[in-house]
Every structure is written in structure tokens, then in C-alpha cells.
Design a protein around this ligand. Structure first.
Ligand code: PAF
Length: 289
């Protein structure tokens, strides 16, 4: 089904149409990259699409606000929905195909299967968002198997999500290359996110302190090798800055998110804070010396 908003973007809502198009491209020797999203597209998504275009002959985006990755007290019903604008954005970005299924297409009556990635699901964000990563793993596995692309691209802003996806793709032998794309930031450092639209002017002014704090902590870990002390100082800084809660700030190994014990391992500093009802997450690499 084509959509009235699209100039060259083709919008499909049914699984058969998605499968047929991707299958035909691949039969004709064209490579395909998948970029899953929940819509409410911003500059960060546009950069993802631009990167995707350089990686493969055809770009398939998805928009699906996945109910299974929101907890009962989370923002599923208020999550920004702006389909017409998103179609326009994807069209201008040169995306070839958009899969925007209804919930019944993804989760028909009787749907009963979930994917749970032990360990990675239960730490960091998993400790604060019950069931979130089961929802993410289940929907991403479905999107990968539905479209069978050569490559799938995910932003590093959701770093734990990226590590989780890499894990289950490997464990389940799903034949796709998972690629992480650098976080896109506003000029003051705040990582772009659809949820930034929830912030008041005052909260928006405070938000970049998150990035500044974890960047400073990562540099200090690389310099001093004092991991625990530095992380504790970063936590204190975030509390003093007036965030309403600091869910976590931690140094972890970049590849599997195990605690970072030594700077000879490649590390990542990850944090989640709250400003009112809005939860912000961010992460940065520990610089290598
Ligand atoms: O990162 C997101 O936007 C979502 O978690 C994803 C990967 C599209 C799955 O719903």
C-alpha cells in the first residue's frame, strides 16, 4: 500500500509486502540495510538513515511503537506519534521502504513467544525497567526475521540495547550484521532523543550536565585508572547538579557490559537520570591511552 504523503518512499503495513520487496531486491543482487525506529524522528534518526544509505543499496526503515517494551507506568500512551511528519522525513532522507505495521500484524491474537537475553537484560536499565529488554529483544528479532536484511543499524545512544541485540543475533544465528552508529548530539552535548520533547525549559538547561559528567568521568578513568572512585564522584556530581534521581552511573566493559575492573579492557561509562517524569540515558567510551 503506497501512502499519500510519500513521493518516492514506499510505505507498507503488511508483512507479505515487506518480505516480497526485500526478497526481490536481494534476488537482484542488491544489499539491504534495516533501520528500526519507534518514529518521532529527529536529526539523530536522519543521520542514521544517511549512514544506512552509504552501507547498502536499499534502506528499509521501520516505525513501530512497541507496546511490549514499555512498563505499565511508562509513556506508551503519550509517546510522540507524528506519522505524517515521519513519512516526509524518511522520504526526504531517501529511504526506499518503510514498514509501519499495526500492532495486530506484529502481535496477532495468540502471540506467546518472547526472547529473553540472560544477564544483559537484568543490569543497568534492566533493573529500572522491568521487562523492557524482553520487549526489545522480541520485537527486534521479529523485525530482523521479517525483513531478513544484510545489515541492521542501531544508535549507540541505546548502548545496552545494542549489546543485547548483538548477543541474541549471535546466539540465535540470525544472518545479519549488527552495526552501531555514533550518538548524535545537540550542540550543548545532550544526546538526541524523541523523549527530549518532554523536557521543560529549565529541565532542558540542566540535561547536558549528564553528558558533561560522564565524559569527564571517562577521561578521568583513562587518566587515573581509578574506576570506582571516579564513578562515585560522577554520581555525586549528578546528584548535586539537581537531577531528580540518578538511576545509575557505571563503568562497564564495552563488549559485554560486565563491570569494568581494569582500563586494559575497552570500557564504557553509562548513566541514567531522571528530570521529573523524563528519564535520560547516555553513555561514552572510555578513551584509550
Ligand atoms: O531504539 C528504539 O527505537 C527501539 O528500542 C527499537 C530498536 C526500534 C525497538 O522497538
Amino acid at each position: 500500500m503506497s501512502n499519500k504523503y510519500a513521493k518516492s518512499l514506499v510505505v507498507v503495513r503488511e508483512l507479505d509486502s515487506l518480505r516480497r520487496r526485500v526478497h526481490d531486491w536481494r534476488r537482484d543482487g542488491l544489499s539491504v540495510v534495516l533501520v528500526p525506529t519507534m518514529g518521532a524522528l529527529h536529526e539523530g534518526h536522519i543521520k542514521l538513515m544517511e549512514q544506512a544509505k552509504k552501507m547498502a543499496d536499499r534502506v528499509v526503515a521501520t516505525i513501530f511503537i512497541n507496546p511490549k517494551q514499555f512498563g505499565p507506568d511508562e509513556d506508551f500512551s503519550s509517546y510522540p506519534r507524528q506519522e505524517a511528519d515521519d513519512f516526509e522525513t524518511l522520504d526526504v532522507a531517501g529511504v526506499h521502504l518503510l514498514f509501519a505495521p499495526e500492532a495486530e500484524v506484529m502481535y496477532p491474537p495468540g502471540f506467546a513467544t518472547t526472547i529473553s537475553v540472560a544477564g544483559i537484560s537484568d543490569i543497568l536499565d534492566g533493573q529500572h525497567r522491568d521487562g523492557h529488554f524482553i520487549g526489545v529483544a522480541t520485537v527486534v528479532a521479529k523485525l530482523l526475521l521479517q525483513s531478513l536484511p544484510d545489515i541492521a543499524l542501531f544508535g549507540e545512544k541505546d548502548y545496552q540495547q545494542l549489546v543485547l541485540i548483538r548477543r541474541f543475533v549471535k546466539d540465535l544465528n540470525i544472518p545479519v550484521d549488527i552495526i552501531g552508529a555514533p550518538t548524535v548530539r545537540d550542540p550543548d552535548g545532550l544526546a538526541m532523543s524523541s523523549r527530549n520533547s518532554y523536557l521543560s525549559t529549565e529541565q532542558r538547561a540542566k540535561a547536558p550536565i549528564l553528558y558533561a559528567t560522564i565524559t569527564e568521568a571517562a577521561a578521568e578513568i583513562a587518566r587515573s585508572r581509578e574506576i570506582m572512585v571516579t564513578i562515585e564522584q560522577a554520581r555525586q556530581k549528578l546528584i548535586s547538579a539537581g537531577f531528580d534521581a540518578v538511576d545509575y552511573v557505571e563503568a562497564r566493559q564495552a563488549d559485554n557490559l560486565a563491570p569494568l575492573k581494569s582500563t586494559s579492557d575497552s570500557g564504557r561509562v553509562l548513566a541514567a537520570v531522571r528530570l521529573g517524569h523524563t528519564r535520560l540515558i547516555d553513555n561514552v567510551a572510555v578513551p584509550t591511552r
